[in-house]
Design a protein around this ligand. Structure first.
Ligand code: SAH
Ligand code: SF4
Length: 347
């Protein structure tokens, strides 16, 4: 039987553990193991990406969603939420502001909102790429057909974020209603990869009914998919969802998972997520120290920010984009890193 430190060393060197080793490590690690992994993960990140932390300006352009994920405040069944949609011109204005603040990646995220047709999204991507040719465009607009993804790629989109949420099919069924399928989620991620997107998957740590076995499945899934980006944040309950009374995920476990993902996929772009900053005031700084190398400040107009509530108490809903940019710079510098004015592609 290997000790946890030996397992972390093995992961560091061979970038792989067996299912049994994953469950052993994840069910028995202590604070010392977590910090041991964080040190190694940070050193690996420094070797590849140096002291740079990449920023992405996220434009949450619609909070309208026709899906009903049990965990999410934007779910169609949440009738308390006031819905909004930004026009293409509104979105372009956010990008213009963002460009001035030094953003060279724009992430366009929304609920699954059929109001924005494939043609509209393609037009938007083309406009951004034309106006800001030195910028990358990331889409995060949910499950689409292969043909739609291909159209987005042909229009110039560079990256796509679609968290797999869980690699365990049974667990997926506990987080989503019956009309959503795990198989389709997997199909989407395979399509995105095959189309040449820098592809991001990821999970919420501590989502309801998640077991150590599920997390081990997630690690093995990601080892196989080799995503260029990995989004990890704690599950946080939202009061107008079926999961309102479920406990939030573990902050420490989220940091540990960031480090383990870094050791498994050394080149991955891993954000210190807003959810991590929501669960702990310096969560994002600690995420960087655990091996994350991306931060995604909000570029949405302030008037809609508090309506994009995936979970309760989401941070950064008050500041204008300029304030967010300064705040992020200070946070990143406080732990010894620099905000890089670059696209920040996968190396
Ligand atoms: N509709 C798109 C993008 C918006 S949701 C999609 O589903 O892909 C973006 C991510 O927010 C989700 O993938 C989910 O992992 C995360 N999220 C949603 N509700 C959350 C909650 N209650 N706590 C933490 N993260 C949540
Ligand atoms: Fe909609 Fe995405 Fe929220 Fe699911 S996670 S309800 S698809 S916004």
């Amino acid at each position: 039987m290997k000790s946890n430190k030996e397992l972390i060393d093995k992961l560091h060197i061979s970038h792989s553990l067996t299912h049994e080793e994953w469950t052993a490590l994840l069910s028995t690690y202590n604070e010392e193991d977590r910090l041991y992994a964080a040190d190694r993960a940070r050193a690996v990140t420094d070797e590849i990406y140096g002291k740079d932390v990449f920023i992405r300006g996220i434009v949450e352009f619609s909070n309208t969603c026709n899906k009903n994920c049990y965990y999410c405040g934007l779910r169609a069944g949440n009738t308390k939420l006031e819905r909004y949609r930004l026009s293409i011109d509104d979105i372009m204005d956010c990008c213009k502001d963002g460009y001035e603040f030094g953003f060279r990646t724009f992430v366009l995220q929304s609920g699954e909102d059929p109001y924005y047709t494939t043609e509209m999204i393609c037009e938007l991507v083309k406009r951004i790429k034309k106006e800001f040719p030195d910028c990358a465009v990331t889409l995060s607009i949910g499950e689409k057909s292969y043909e739609d993804y291909k159209a987005f790629k042909d229009a110039g989109a560079d990256r796509y974020l679609l968290r797999h949420e869980t690699a365990n099919e049974e667990h997926y069924g506990k987080l989503h209603p019956e009309n959503m399928s795990w198989a389709n989620r997997m199909r989407c991620l395979n399509d995105l990869k095959s189309l040449g997107f820098q592809t991001g998957c990821g999970v919420m740590i501590g989502s309801p009914e998640q077991t150590i076995d599920c997390l081990a499945d997630d690690m093995l899934y990601m080892e196989k998919l080799k995503p260029e980006m990995i989004g990890l944040g704690p599950f946080l309950p939202h009061s107008d969802t079926p999961f309102r009374d479920k406990p939030k995920g573990s902050y420490e476990m989220t940091l540990f998972m960031i480090s383990l993902c870094r050791l498994m996929l050394p080149h991955a772009l891993i954000p210190a997520t807003t959810a991590l900053g929501t669960i702990k005031p310096d969560g994002r700084e600690q995420g960087i120290l655990a091996g994350a190398n991306v931060i995604m400040p909000n570029l949405s107009p302030v008037r809609v920010r508090d309506k994009y509530m995936l979970y309760d108490n989401k941070i950064c809903t008050g500041d204008a984009s300029s304030g967010c940019r300064a705040c992020i710079e200070a946070r990143v510098q406080s732990v010894g890193y620099n905000v890089a004015i670059t696209r920040g592609d996968y190396k």
